[in-house]
Design a protein around this ligand. Structure first.
Ligand SMILES: Cc1cc2nc3c(=O)[nH]c(=O)nc-3n(C[C@H](O)[C@H](O)[C@H](O)COP(=O)(O)OP(=O)(O)OC[C@H]3O[C@@H](n4cnc5c(N)ncnc54)[C@H](O)[C@@H]3O)c2cc1C
Length: 386
């Protein structure tokens, strides 16, 4: 059902169309419109900038990913240099928009509960330092100086200085206002079912009619798989439903993004005082695969673990849980021109995609504008999936 308030008018013929209004789509569209491009976003749901994410700004490699996909660690390492730059870019964007995203980069702690876990972190930190990250190991005494809120089971941690958090609801609201201000036409509740070439233009068959565009940017998360197929690409994107929890607000007491060396957990406190608890606990995917639903066992498991790591969480009430669909790509993102299809581009950020979102979008927007992006996009090229 189309609601007139969110669906918006459908452009029939436009210079540039961006499919997907998540963090990537919003930012690519905004950057292009700022440079004078005529741009429309078309999104199957609500083009709201990825409201499901947890707002963690990740920089160090996530042990969860390393343990689940050890074969993909080299690929992840090849894109690691982007993460601190991506966090810095979030600050730049906040300044540029003169907005408040609730940004804070006061470091991230990956905690260990055993000597074995601490050894794993020590090796990881050493490897990350060699790749340019600001990472070091802290013992329990050192942790007590900066993170007295950690529970007694924690024996040490890796501190990565560049990590942090933001309030995704604030950031997405500011980004939505920005794209409208710079003239992006935003169309929701309209799925793009098929993309084809029509002379020198792209023809998009949507649930509300046909759209033609000279330039096409696919930023459709898991939906990108089908949309990229006509270009001979088989993307390794998956739909991963994940669960999240948030507590009532309380006095600020957690200063870091907290993760675990061996277990799925992220804990951080927003400037509003709410504690956000996530870290990869599973949710359920709907049969149609277009939405995710929370899972009771994840509420219990995720919050019990959070309270084990940060005991003071135990006295807080959970006020909301939600679920969303993540798009793993097997490591680095898929960014840039689709070779053999002039004026078609892909924008999929990769692991910790909200962190990477605005910077990845800037790099893709630069290639759309015919500029050399500030980072070499060859390792992220869609061509590797041809
Ligand atoms: C619960 C959860 C918590 C997360 N927490 C964090 C975090 O703390 N930090 C972090 O860095 N990352 C986090 N992530 C990952 C991050 O949210 C994603 O990597 C990132 O948001 C992806 O952005 P995107 O714009 O590429 O895709 P999406 O946000 O998935 O947006 C894609 C959009 O495309 C639209 N679409 C799809 N198919 C079509 C179609 N055929 N036609 C039209 N529109 C279409 C969809 O409706 C959607 O709006 C989290 C993910 C989840 C699920």
């Amino acid at each position: 059902m189309h609601s007139p308030t969110t669906s918006g008018p459908l452009p029939r013929d436009i210079q540039t169309v961006v499919v997907g209004g998540g963090i990537l789509g919003l930012c690519v569209a905004g950057f292009l419109a700022e440079e004078g491009r005529e741009v429309a976003i078309i999104d199957a749901g609500r083009p709201e900038g990825t409201t499901t994410n947890a707002g963690s700004l990740h920089v160090q490699m996530q042990s969860r990913f390393m343990r689940m996909h050890p074969d993909q660690v080299p690929a992840l390492e090849s894109g690691l240099h982007l993460y601190p730059k991506a966090v810095e870019f979030w600050f730049e964007l906040q300044r540029h928009l003169d907005a408040d995203f609730g940004l804070k980069a006061s470091g991230g702690l990956m905690v260990a509960e055993s000597r074995e876990q601490l050894d794993f972190l020590a090796k990881k930190a050493e490897r990350e330092r060699s790749l340019g990250l600001d990472s070091k190991i802290l013992d329990r005494d050192e942790l007590d100086q900066i993170a007295p809120y950690l529970g007694p089971a924690v024996v040490g941690a890796e501190l990565c200085a560049d990590e942090g958090r933001l309030d995704a609801l604030k950031a997405n609201t500011a980004l939505r206002r920005w794209v409208r201000r710079v003239g992006v036409m935003v169309t929701g509740e309209t799925s793009v079912d098929r993309v084809s070439r029509d002379g020198g233009r792209f023809k998009l068959d949507t649930s509300r009619g046909t759209v033609r565009a000279a330039t096409l940017v696919i930023a459709a998360g898991p939906g990108s798989l089908t949309l990229a197929e006509p270009f001979g690409l088989t993307l390794p994107v998956e739909s991963e439903p994940l669960h999240m929890n948030i507590t009532e607000p309380t006095d600020l007491f957690i200063g870091h993004l907290v993760q675990h060396a061996d277990r799925m957990i992220t804990v951080k406190q927003l400037s509003s005082g709410h504690v956000v608890i996530g870290g990869g606990w599973p949710a359920d995917l709907s049969p149609s695969e277009d939405y995710a639903a929370v899972r009771l066992s994840s509420i219990i498991g995720n919050t019990s673990l959070a309270q084990h790591i940060v005991p003071a969480i135990g006295r807080l009430r959970i006020i909301r849980t939600w679920a969303g669909i993540n798009t793993p790509t097997g490591g680095p993102g898929i960014l840039g021109p689709i070779h053999g299809a002039p004026n078609a581009f892909l924008a999929i950020p990769g692991e910790a995609g909200y962190t990477l979102g605005p910077l990845s979008a800037r790099l893709v927007a630069d290639t759309v504008l015919g500029r050399r992006p500030t980072e070499d996009l060859a390792p992220f090229s869609p061509s590797r999936f041809r």
